[in-house]
Design a protein. Structure first.
Length: 121
């Protein structure tokens, strides 16, 4: 009985944790443009080219990329310290691949937001 209760509580916590930060299923979602959004996250995290990775002093960095003729991906990163390209990609892509309608979350000292929206940048 105790094992079942513990397992049920643990499963509930894991489900909640993996869904934390995802936006509700309203508005535009990634849909067929999920791979294009992943490619856009790769592009905006290139710190060597003025991307959103790099050094932060509590400031926010924003980037927008068109995913098609009628949709865009908007990205925000806020934090303190040095953010590698790899960590930037992980944070932004987690909200793309784990959240069908985008989302936001905090990892370490950085806040990430990946948001699909109608329109162009």
């Amino acid at each position: 009985m105790y094992l079942f209760t513990f397992t049920a509580i643990l499963a509930s916590a894991v489900t909640t944790a993996s869904a934390a930060g995802c936006y509700s299923e309203t508005g535009p979602g990634w849909g067929d443009l999920r791979q294009a959004a992943n490619n856009a996250a790769d592009a905006v995290c290139n710190g060597d080219s003025g991307g959103v990775a790099g050094n932060f002093d509590g400031n926010s960095k924003y980037a927008c990329r068109n995913l098609g003729e009628t949709m865009k991906a908007e990205f925000w990163v806020t934090g303190t310290g040095s953010l590698s390209d790899q960590d930037c990609k992980f944070g932004l892509k987690e909200e793309i691949n784990g959240c069908g309608w985008g989302g936001e979350n905090t990892h370490g000292s950085f806040y990430y937001r990946s948001d699909p929206n109608d329109g162009q940048c």
